[in-house]
Design a protein around this ligand. Structure first.
Ligand SMILES: C[S@@+](CC[C@H](N)C(=O)[O-])C[C@H]1O[C@@H](n2cnc3c(N)ncnc32)[C@H](O)[C@@H]1O
Length: 257
C-alpha cells in the first residue's frame, strides 16, 4: 500500500503565492502604525525584509518620499513587487534584491530604518535580528510586526498548524520578542500588542489586493480539493479556530546604539 507523506504537500505560503497575495496581521492599519512608531521621515534609506507583494515599499516611496530597498527570499515575491512598483510609477525610489534576512547581502551601517512584517516567525529570529542590527546605521531604527501569542494555547493545536509551513514557525510572547531584540543588541525596545480584527484584515486585503483578486483567491482555496482534505480530514480547521483567540500581533521597535 502506498505510504502517505507525514506532512501535507501544500504549505500556507504556496497557497497565497499561487494567487500573488501575502499578508501580515493587522494589514495596512498595522503598517501605518508601525511607520509612525518608527518615526520615519522623508528621504531616508529604508530596508524592507520579506516584502511579499510590495505594498509597504511602494507606500514608503509614494506617501513618505523615502528610498527603499525591497528584499525577499522568494524570487516570485520580488516579481510581484516589481509589478506593483511599475504600476505605481515609483521605479526611481524602490530597488529590489533577493535576500535572506539571516544573511543579508548588505554592508554594515547602511540603512536608517529596517522593517519586517510577518517574516521573522519563519526564520531563526535571533540571527535575523542580529543581521538587522548589523546593516542599520548607529541610531537607526527597526520596526517589526510579528504574530504574538497571548496566554497558553494548546500545544497540540500549534503542532498541528505548523505542519502547514515548511519550516519551524516561531510563536513567541511579547516578553520573548522583546527579550530577543534586546539580546540581539537593540536599545530602547518598545512594543504594543493588538488583538486581530478580522473585519479590518478583510478590508486591508480588499484595498491591497483588490476585491476581484482577493475574492477569486478565497473561492479557489475553498474549491481546491487538496486544501479541503487537509483542513477537514486532518482536523486543521478546528486547530486553526482553537488558536484564534491566542493569536495577536505585536509592533516592536528599537534603536541601534
Ligand atoms: C507572511 S509573508 C509577509 C509578506 C509581507 N511582509 C506582507 O506583509 O505582505 C512572509 C514573507 O517572508 C518571506 N520570507 C520568508 N523567509 C524569509 C527569509 N529567510 N528572508 C527573507 N524573506 C523571507 C516570504 O517569502 C514571504 O514573502
Amino acid at each position: 500500500m502506498e505510504r502517505k507523506p507525514d506532512k501535507p504537500q501544500i504549505y500556507a505560503g504556496d497557497i497565497w503565492k499561487r494567487f500573488g497575495i501575502t499578508e501580515h496581521y493587522g494589514g495596512y492599519f498595522a503598517t501605518e502604525e508601525l511607520i509612525k512608531r518608527c518615526g520615519i521621515w522623508p528621504l531616508q534609506d529604508i530596508l524592507i525584509i520579506g516584502c511579499g507583494t510590495g505594498y509597504t515599499p511602494v507606500l514608503l516611496a509614494k506617501e513618505y518620499n523615502d528610498f527603499v530597498m525591497a528584499t525577499d527570499i522568494d524570487p516570485r515575491m520580488l516579481e510581484l513587487t516589481r509589478e506593483r512598483i511599475i504600476k505605481e510609477g515609483v521605479g526611481a525610489k524602490v530597488k529590489t534584491q533577493l535576500a535572506d534576512v539571516q544573511n543579508l547581502p548588505f554592508k554594515d551601517n547602511t540603512y536608517n530604518v529596517v522593517l519586517a512584517e510577518s517574516v521573522l516567525v519563519f526564520t531563526d529570529p535571533l540571527q535575523s535580528a542580529r543581521e538587522m542590527l548589523r546593516v542599520l546605521k548607529p541610531g537607526g531604527v527597526f520596526g517589526v510586526n510579528e504574530v504574538t501569542v497571548v496566554g497558553s494555547p494548546p500545544a497540540k493545536s500549534i503542532e498541528s498548524l505548523t505542519q502547514f509551513y515548511p519550516s519551524k514557525v516561531q510563536i513567541l510572547s511579547e516578553n520573548e520578542w522583546r527579550h530577543l531584540f534586546e539580546e540581539a543588541g537593540f536599545d530602547e525596545v518598545t512594543s504594543i500588542v493588538h488583538k486581530l480584527n478580522y473585519w479590518k484584515q478583510l478590508l486591508s486585503h480588499l484595498k491591497i489586493d483588490g476585491p476581484r483578486k482577493y475574492l477569486a483567491s478565497v473561492y479557489h482555496m475553498i474549491a481546491d480539493s487538496d486544501l479541503r482534505s487537509i483542513f477537514f480530514n486532518k482536523g486543521l480547521l478546528w486547530d486553526t479556530i482553537s488558536l484564534m483567540s491566542y493569536m495577536s500581533y505585536g509592533l516592536y521597535t528599537g534603536k541601534k546604539p
